[in-house]
Design a protein. Structure first.
Ligand SMILES: NC(=O)c1ccc[n+]([C@@H]2O[C@H](COP(=O)([O-])OP(=O)(O)OC[C@H]3O[C@@H](n4cnc5c(N)ncnc54)[C@H](OP(=O)(O)O)[C@@H]3O)[C@@H](O)[C@H]2O)c1
Length: 284
C-alpha cells in the first residue's frame, strides 16, 4: 500500500510511519517544509506524484492556547486544508484517517463521551478540529479517530516535560480538575493503521484504557515511573490560568473501536511500556 502521512516529524506521525512500515507499506511522510498542507498546489502535486491509497492526516495546528489568538492559522491547517485533502481522497478513491480530539466536547458531562454525542468545543482549537471532522466525514472513505492526552517519542509532551521539570527541581503545579485518559502515540498509531486496514469509515474514539485520571494524578504516575522525586502541587484550572478553556471531563467511550480491534490496554500499562521503550526521549 502507498501511504501519505502529512505532518511528518510530528509526534504521532512518527509512530504512524513506524507502524505502517512494519506492515510493509510504502510511506511518504513529508514535513511541513516539504509539504505545507495549506498550499493547495503543493497538495495536488503530492497526490499526483505519490498516488496515495491511504492518507493519514497527522498535520495539525496543536497549540491549544496559541489558537485563541491565531484562529485563522488553526482553521487553515485543521479544517480548510483537511477539506481539500478530503476532496482529493474522494476524487482518487483514497482512504483518509484524521486524528481528532476530546476538546470537541464541553467536558460538562460525567459519563464517557460517545462518538455521536453533541459537540460543544470550549476553545478555538477544538472548534477547528470539529470543522475538520465534518469535512472528513463527508468523504466516502473518511475515518475520524478522536483521542486525548497524547504523549510519545520525539515531541514536546506532558510526560517528558514533567520529568524534565522535576529533575530541574522545584515544585510542579498540576491541575486536579481536568479528568481524562492519557494515550501513548505508539498504541494510537497501531489503532489508526488497523482501522484503516479494516476499511473503517465514520467516527471512532481511541485513548488509553482503564480508569480516568486527573492531570495531577497522571503527573504523579509519570514521576513514579521515571523514579524522580518531587512535589506535585495540586491546583485548579482557574488558578493555573491559561488562554484557552479546557474541558473538565473529557473521557471518551472507546467501545466501538474495542469491538472492532479488541480491548485497549490500560493507560498505566502503556506508560510503563513507554518508559521501558528505547529512544523515548525522556533522558534527552
Ligand atoms: N497532542 C495531544 O495531546 C493531542 C490530543 C488529542 C488529539 N491530538 C491530535 O493528534 C494529532 C497529532 O498530534 P501531535 O501531538 O502529533 O501533534 P504535533 O507533534 O504538533 O505534530 C503536528 C505536525 O503537524 C505539522 N504541521 C503544522 N502545520 C502544518 C502545515 N501547514 N503543513 C504541514 N504540516 C504541518 C507540524 O509541523 P511543525 O512542527 O513544523 O509545526 C508537526 O510536525 C493532531 O491531529 C492533534 O489534533 C493531539
Amino acid at each position: 500500500m502507498r501511504a501519505l502521512v502529512t505532518g511528518g516529524g510530528g509526534m504521532l506521525a512518527r509512530e504512524v510511519v513506524r507502524t505502517l512500515e512494519e506492515e510493509g507499506a510504502t510511506v511518504h511522510a513529508p514535513t511541513r517544509r516539504e509539504l505545507d498542507v495549506t498550499e493547495q498546489a503543493a497538495l495536488i502535486a503530492a497526490f499526483e506524484d505519490l498516488e496515495p491509497e491511504a492518507v493519514f492526516y497527522c498535520a495539525a495546528y496543536t497549540d491549544v492556547d496559541g489558537a485563541e489568538s491565531n484562529p485563522a492559522e488553526a482553521y487553515a491547517v485543521n479544517a480548510v486544508a483537511t477539506a481539500r485533502i478530503a476532496r482529493l481522497c474522494h476524487d482518487r478513491d483514497a482512504s483518509l484517517v484524521y486524528p481528532s480530539t476530546d476538546y470537541v466536547f464541553s467536558g460538562e458531562g460525567s459519563e464517557p463521551y460517545r462518538t455521536d454525542d453533541p459537540l460543544s468545543p470550549l476553545n478555538v482549537y477544538g472548534a477547528s478540529k470539529a470543522a475538520g471532522e465534518c469535512a472528513v466525514l463527508a468523504a466516502p472513505r473518511g475515518c475520524v479517530v478522536r483521542t486525548s492526552w497524547l504523549y510519545g517519542d520525539g515531541g514536546a509532551n506532558f510526560v517528558t516535560s514533567i520529568v524534565r521539570k522535576a529533575r530541574e527541581g522545584g515544585a510542579l503545579r498540576v491541575v486536579t480538575d481536568q479528568i481524562g485518559r492519557p494515550t501513548w502515540t505508539r498504541q494510537l498509531a497501531r489503532i489508526l493503521v488497523s482501522l484503516q486496514a479494516g476499511g473503517a469509515q465514520g467516527m471512532f474514539h481511541a485513548t488509553g484504557g482503564g480508569q480516568p485520571v486527573s492531570w495531577h494524578g497522571f503527573a504523579r504516575a509519570v514521576l513514579e515511573h521515571a523514579g524522580v522525586g518531587g512535589e506535585v502541587v495540586p491546583v485548579s484550572s482557574a488558578e493555573f490560568g491559561r488562554a484557552a478553556r479546557r474541558p473538565a471531563y473529557s473521557v471518551l467511550d472507546c467501545s466501538e473501536t474495542e469491538s472492532r480491534l479488541g480491548a485497549i490496554a490500560d493507560w498505566r500499562a502503556d506508560l510503563a511500556a513507554f518508559f521501558a521503550s528505547a529512544g523515548n526521549g525522556v533522558d534527552d
